[in-house]
Design a protein around this ligand. Structure first.
Ligand SMILES: Cc1ncc(COP(=O)(O)O)c(C=O)c1O
Length: 490
């Protein structure tokens, strides 16, 4: 065992000049990689040899050095990415990131602050970006918020706030079953985070009451009102309505004004899952305005910045109407965290630890702060608006082709379509379209993802990509037709 006098190679560089050269090389290589992204395939499958080179390596007990480790990254990792930084990546709902925010991530790691709380500038930066986004989302100055890893986390925290604020008993002390079972209401189109969260929070999956949607995939509000009344009559405890602005399947938005009226009448919490759709609030676009109408009446809003905020993973925000909604749900006393008369732990410092579940947190706020300050919310909004226009453009291209059809309306930034061929039944069409999707991906042409809408397999294009241009959608349609025809002939 080394004693204090044993010389030990430091973890910091021993030759700062050599490390500086390597670090500059990494930056240069990375900027070239980002600049040239469109020249590469959207996605390249990871070769078996690469997988086993990663998988089979035993624990590196003696290091190989910084330069060799970087070479391995260039050889084994960087050529086989997810693809979401490419202009023709539209799968699931992923953002693209920006070079500027990538540099902000580097700066964040250099300063490396702990964001649970204390008195330091990074904490004030997070507080400020929360204020900015609260204002952009139309919430009052008394709003509070916190940055978390993603939409799922922001939503589950929002649901715990709702439970704390609306259960008729002290949930923090008595738990989920201090009274009759709690019930939360959302549409059948709500993202799977809700079911998972009901389980995770100990409410049980049955706590989630699934409300049907109309032809526009928005929740049927009268049906929701009726379910609430039935549950009350059965002695259950309705506590929360979850509305979605931008559903994951079709981009539909619930009528938030109607949900806010219902929540007010029933004294329920209104939480909005705006994972990507809430960002439409920044856009000057009639469809964006329609999607977010009434959102400023919510008690809490969860949204990602790594989707339609175009920031690198991972980052999302939960905002509550009042800051105390968060502290009442999450604040915790411990002698080793208690504020002092002064110093770094002065009482009155901002504690994000009291506004969420994590104590140690990273400085995610820096990339939001630098992006908003450098580029401005108007430019972000203009890109979001352009993505909506692109969805209309793609929808128009599909509608013009006899061999293609739309499987859902295009209210925001999502397009669901399929190749069709006379004489094929649903199963055959589903199989054909699954194969078209796989070919589009495996040939490196584009990465849409797939879903099933009312029994029909759809090629699903979610546009949260600031690099896409009209010609990318022209290519997608051309290639979908070519592959579809080829597969039909085969
Ligand atoms: C509407 C909606 N809600 C929640 C989520 C979950 O967000 P995250 O993947 O950031 O956890 C998604 C993800 O696509 C989504 O589209």
């Amino acid at each position: 065992m080394p004693d204090a006098s044993t010389p030990l190679r430091p973890l910091d560089p021993t030759d700062w000049d050599a490390f500086r050269r390597l670090a500059h090389q990494m930056v240069d290589d990375s900027l070239d990689y980002l600049r040239d992204v469109a020249t590469r395939p959207t996605w390249t499958p990871t070769p078996a040899a690469v997988m086993s080179a990663i998988h089979d390596e035993s624990v590196p007990r003696a290091g190989i050095g910084d330069a060799a480790a970087y070479d391995d990254f260039l050889r084994l990792v960087r050529p086989y990415p997810n693809g979401n930084i490419h202009p023709r990546f539209w799968g699931w709902v992923m953002g693209t990131g920006t070079p500027q925010a990538a540099m902000a991530e580097f700066l964040c790691s250099v300063v490396n602050p702990q964001m649970g709380g204390l008195d330091h500038a990074p904490v004030y930066v997070e507080q400020q970006v929360v204020r900015w986004y609260a204002e952009l989302m139309g919430l009052p100055g008394s709003a509070g918020g916190i940055l978390v890893s993603g939409g799922t986390m922001a939503n589950v925290l929002g649901l715990s706030v709702a439970r704390r604020q609306r259960a008729a008993w002290d949930v923090r002390k008595l738990g989920a079953y201090g009274g009759a079972p709690l019930r939360v209401y959302a549409s059948t189109e709500v993202h799977s985070w809700l079911k998972k969260s009901c389980d995770f929070l100990g409410l049980g999956e049955d706590a989630f009451r699934r409300v049907p949607v109309g032809a526009d995939f928005a929740v049927d509000v009268p049906a929701m009102a009726q379910m609430i009344a039935e549950d009350r009559a059965a002695g259950l405890n309705p506590f929360c309505i979850v509305g979605t602005v931008g559903t994951v399947q079709t981009g539909a938005s619930d009528d938030v004004n109607a949900l806010a009226d219902l929540a007010a009448r029933e004294k329920l919490w209104l939480h909005i899952d705006g994972a990507f759709g809430a960002m439409a609030k920044l856009a000057q676009h009639p469809q964006a305005a329609a999607a977010v109408r009434g959102m400023d009446r919510a008690d809490s809003i969860a949204f990602d910045l790594h989707k339609w905020g175009y920031l690198p993973f991972d980052i999302a925000m939960l905002i509550t109407r009042e800051d105390r909604h968060l502290t009442e749900t999450f604040a915790n006393q411990a002698p080793y965290l208690t504020g002092m008369a002064g110093g770094i732990n002065a009482s009155g410092s901002i504690y994000f630890n009291d506004r969420g579940i994590e104590l140690t947190r990273s400085f995610r706020a820096l990339k939001v702060w630098m992006t908003l300050r450098a580029q401005g919310s108007e430019l972000l909004g203009a890109h979001i608006g352009r993505n909506i226009t692109q969805a209309q453009y793609l929808g128009g291209l599909v509608a013009r082709e006899a061999e293609l059809e739309l499987l859902a309306p295009v209210p925001l930034n999502l397009v669901n379509y399929r190749f069709r061929a006379p004489g094929l039944d649903t199963d055959a069409l589903n199989a054909l379209n699954r194969n078209i999707l796989v070919r589009l991906q495996e040939d490196g042409i584009a990465v849409p993802s797939g879903t099933v809408i009312r029994g029909q397999f759809a090629i699903r294009v979610a546009i949260t990509n600031h690099r896409s241009r009209d010609e990318d959608f022209d290519l997608l349609v051309r290639e979908s037709l070519r592959i579809g025809r080829e597969l039909l002939r085969a």
